[in-house]
Design a protein around this ligand. Structure first.
Ligand code: ATP
Length: 440
């Protein structure tokens, strides 16, 4: 299937099945903003929970934080965003379209095709501004954060003291970020309102490059463990480094529209803490008991986008399979990311089967998001669950009344096996843990 078709089909599936809608659609939409429908909200939460759990639960040296979106305006002076967080903007004087300079080639407008109508690039700051307090005056201007990590830097000493941490340790945070992107595109890939998942790891200078390599490798493996196909992942080191970085590499995924960054791993040196020390007048240095030295910690960051990684999981999972007499659209999502974990069906709508299936639904609901469905032929019900990535379907049939077992049908292999009702919650837990992505 052509790559453009894959993207069109995925966008259409997302809308039809309640994953992602255009924001304010009844008013014609707001460019760069998206709403997550029932299944999308569920899946986005799962993507975020997987990250949060991996960071703060599976690592014993990482603490969580939830800092506010609005911060003191000086934060963005210290960080360099007021001065440097800009993109080169080019206007077409004929059709009034706007582009980022690196998105056009030559002197031809990509929209109207006219030549010689493009302006020289001018720097455009991507931060969105608002006001706090009742008066719209300059002193009350604040920014909607363009990245979540600054909250981590300004709170790092409080976290370290409260949790009695020593360096090295990390702080993880997820939350909204806003950028007035010149050209939002590729569905949720580049939005104006989005969510980041960022972990900042504080280390002793001199150990920074070792930690940089460690986090790069761990983060790449993380995506493979959650089912992304290795051949669709690559590491791309930055040739040109940002003002704060000593090393930078992107973890990229091959989206249907091409390779794109999902996560950046950066060695930010002591830039951030040094600047916040200067601008706030607070000493943010650290005294190392073991080496008896005082230093400003270096920071290794793993900065990813929730919406972008969710798009990668969806694109990677999406498949249209040719079966013997049929085709099926299926999302081979990791069961932990799937919005619904199991469908629960009576084989037919009689002989006590619906009541039994409802009973199983009640047993499973405290553990998993499950979906009861009795409408239409069972094959159709399987297909509907395949299309939204539900990994397991549990069916009550006549044998259930003889031996208290049901079938569990696997989304990926479509094979069915019988299991006792008594163990269902545990069986699902084991299957979710043992899941491996089917090979192509
Ligand atoms: P790009 O080069 O694509 O603009 P970036 O290098 O500016 O991205 P970072 O500042 O490193 O991105 O942000 C870290 C992560 O946040 C990115 O890897 C991406 O997953 C996510 N992200 C950044 N900008 C956006 C956006 N406009 N929409 C959705 N996600 C974004």
């Amino acid at each position: 299937m052509a790559k453009q078709d894959v993207m069109d089909q995925l966008v259409s599936l997302c809308k039809r099945k309640g994953f992602i809608f255009q924001s304010s659609e009844i008013y014609g939409g707001l460019n760069g903003c998206w709403d997550y429908g029932p299944l999308g909200a569920e899946m986005k939460r799962n993507v975020e929970d997987a990250w949060w759990r991996w960071m703060t639960q599976e690592h014993d040296d990482i603490e969580g934080l939830d800092a506010s979106i609005l911060m003191h305006p000086r934060v963005w002076e210290a960080s360099g965003h007021v001065e440097q967080f800009t993109d080169p903007l080019v206007d077409c004087t004929h059709c009034k379209s706007r582009f980022r300079a690196d998105q056009i080639e030559g002197d031809q407008c990509p929209v109207c095709g006219m030549r010689g109508t493009l302006t020289e690039p001018r720097q455009f700051n991507l931060m969105l501004k608002t006001y706090v307090g009742p008066v719209e005056e300059a002193a009350a201007v604040v920014y909607l954060r363009p990245e979540t990590c600054q909250g981590i830097y300004v709170d790092y000493q409080s976290v370290m003291t409260a949790m009695r941490r020593k360096i090295p340790f990390g702080i993880a945070q997820t939350g909204k970020a806003f950028r007035n992107e010149i050209n939002p595109r590729y569905f949720v890939y580049r939005s104006r309102e989005f969510e980041q998942m960022e972990m900042q790891y504080f280390v002793r200078p001199g150990t920074d490059m070792e930690w940089f390599d460690t986090w790069r490798d761990r983060r790449l493996q993380y995506y493979k463990d959650l089912g992304l196909r290795p051949q669709k992942l690559r590491l791309t080191p930055h040739e040109k480094l940002a003002h704060y970085a000593a090393a930078a590499v992107d973890i990229e995924y091959e989206f249907p529209f091409g390779w794109g960054e999902m996560e950046g791993i950066h060695n930010r040196t002591d830039f951030d803490l040094r600047r916040h020390s200067e601008f706030s007048g607070k000493d943010l240095s650290y005294f190392d008991d073991e080496t008896r030295e005082r230093y400003i910690p270096y920071i290794i960051e793993a900065s990813s986008g929730l919406n972008r990684t969710m798009l990668a999981y969806l694109a990677d999972a999406y498949d249209v399979e040719q079966l013997e007499n049929d085709t099926r659209a299926v999302l081979h999502l990791h069961p932990r990311l799937a919005p619904i974990k199991a469908g629960v069906f009576p084989l037919v709508k009689r002989d006590g089967m619906p009541e039994k299936a409802r009973e199983i639904e009640r047993i499973l609901r405290p553990h998993y998001r499950v979906f009861y469905d009795e409408s239409g032929a069972v094959g159709r019900r399987y297909r509907r669950m395949d299309e939204v990535g539900t990994p397991y379907c549990i069916t009550v049939d006549s044998q259930t009344f003889q031996d208290d077992t049901v079938t569990i049908r696997d989304r990926d292999t479509m094979a069915q096996e019988r299991y006792p009702i008594a163990n269902l919650a545990q069986v699902l837990a084991d299957k979710i843990t043992a899941w491996k992505r089917p090979s192509d």
